[in-house]
Design a protein around this ligand. Structure first.
Ligand SMILES: Nc1ncnc2c1ncn2[C@@H]1O[C@H](COP(=O)(O)OP(=O)(O)OP(=O)(O)O)[C@@H](O)[C@H]1O
Ligand SMILES: [Mg+2]
Length: 222
């Protein structure tokens, strides 16, 4: 059974009365426990592809099967339920809720699942990313790298089967970046979480089992 299967995916955006096709028929399959990276130039469609795989966005054509569930036939509520059950997502721009503290942001997925002890679990996740003392800060009171680590803790809170991370080390210094990478691969080793990373860091990409390169919305070799 595959954890993620993408078949001939296309995505066209309409803006200013014109259509722009940003993905041209992308296909691949990931097995549970795989680690996978997507690399390619800015604007090549990486974030778009990740959003489709995670059920955050809908393809123009083609299909996405997450844990053998076909996402494109589901409505928004059904896709949200699947995301909450199976998926962790670290956004390129973090997308923390601005009116909630760091601790409360990490608690959101736990509370959505109705878990007991959400506060303690969220606190221990913040400690793992080195932010145990910053739980009461609001996102605007945190640096970019700190927000990225809160976003990581929130994604871990779901205990996802598959974790999508869009440039998870893009805003971090070398030491913090190494810590975050260790955490991601620990999650893969210990919980069997499938990792899908978008990164410009070729050293990080080289740590994953497979690399795909996207250029102009198409998968290219090498
Ligand atoms: N909502 C939208 N409406 C119109 N065009 C969009 C929209 N979102 C993205 N695009 C366009 O789609 C293309 C792919 O964008 P995407 O964000 O997937 O690129 P990316 O590979 O993640 O780039 P980066 O490395 O800079 O993050 C870009 O040319 C972008 O301008
Ligand atoms: Mg992007």
């Amino acid at each position: 059974m595959s954890i993620l299967r993408v078949e001939d995916l296309t995505r066209t955006y309409s803006s200013g009365g014109r259509d722009l096709m940003v993905l041209h028929g992308v296909s691949f399959t990931l097995e549970p426990g795989d680690t996978f990276s997507i690399v390619g130039p800015s604007g090549s469609g990486k974030t778009t592809l990740l959003g489709l795989c995670a059920g955050l966005d809908r393809a123009t054509s083609g299909s996405v099967y997450l844990n053998d569930i076909r996402l494109d036939t589901l409505n928004e509520d059904q896709r949200a339920a699947i995301r909450n059950q199976h998926v962790g997502f670290i956004f390129q721009n973090f997308q923390l809720l601005p009116t909630l503290t760091a601790l409360e942001n990490v608690m959101v997925p736990l509370e959505l699942r109705g878990e007991k002890g959400a506060k303690q679990t969220a606190q221990s996740l913040l400690e793992r990313v080195g932010l145990g003392q910053r739980g009461h800060h609001y996102p605007t009171q945190l640096s970019g790298g700190e927000q990225q680590r809160v976003s990581l803790a929130r994604a871990f809170a779901n205990r996802p089967k598959i974790l999508f991370a869009d440039e998870p080390t893009g805003n971090l210094d070398a030491d913090t970046s190494a810590t975050v990478i260790d955490l991601l691969f620990e999650l893969n080793r210990e919980a069997g979480t499938t990792l899908v990373l978008v990164t410009h860091d070729l050293d990080l990409a080289a740590k994953t089992n497979r690399i795909i390169r996207i250029k102009g919305g198409t998968m290219v070799n090498g």
